[in-house]
Design a protein around this ligand. Structure first.
Ligand SMILES: [Zn+2]
Ligand SMILES: [Zn+2]
Length: 184
């Protein structure tokens, strides 16, 4: 998730949660954005570039479609353990229970991590459940691991709708993609 999206979303949440408490609102915004400092630190340590602008540019490039001939290194999403909601959220909400003044921090962090969660993976879980892990085209079980495809809906409909998603083995996915206008 891009830094700017986090900034906008946490600002909106802050105003809605604390319209009359500017300090608490500011804490929501700070917590909702500053956690991405781990991207900056990891980017600097990997690339040797300590310019925060370089890190932001990298992040923009990373989520964009790779252009041909772009040989600049890719370091992945560069997330540290604080981006793991199972580690961070129990800690901050526990702290907020003890010290209620920390609640805005916990809210900001929760929002940030919810935005960073790959919700698409959860959609894939539904496909996994429906198919039982078996290729929905040829019935092969062994080769049908973790290959999800969405079909371009012919008569509209969302590409993330369950009926437009299938689990195929690698061989079927390749065969179908070759013959028809499916995308991966
Ligand atoms: Zn983040
Ligand atoms: Zn198959």
């Amino acid at each position: 998730m891009r830094f700017r999206s986090h900034l906008i979303a946490s600002s909106i949440a802050a105003v809605m949660l604390y319209p009359r408490a500017p300090w608490r609102a500011a804490l929501v915004v700070i917590a909702g954005t500053i956690i991405d400092v781990d991207h900056l630190v990891l980017y600097a340590s990997r690339s040797g570039d300590t310019n925060p602008l370089g890190a932001i540019q990298y992040d923009r490039r990373r989520v964009g479609r790779p252009t041909t001939g772009d040989t600049r290194p890719r370091y992945g999403p560069l997330r540290s353990v604080i981006h793991n909601p199972l580690v961070t959220l129990p800690l901050v909400w526990g702290a907020a229970r003890l010290v209620p003044a920390l609640t805005p921090l916990a809210q900001g962090l929760t929002l940030h991590l919810a935005m960073d969660t790959p919700w698409k993976m959860l959609l894939d879980l539904r496909v996994w459940r429906r198919s039982g892990g078996i290729c929905e085209r040829c019935g092969e079980r062994r080769r049908s691991r973790q290959v999800y495809h969405h079909i371009i809906p012919k008569d509209g409909g969302a590409i993330w709708a369950l009926e437009n998603r299938v689990l195929w083995c690698e061989r079927c996915a390749k065969a179908v993609r070759k013959r028809q206008g499916f995308t991966s």
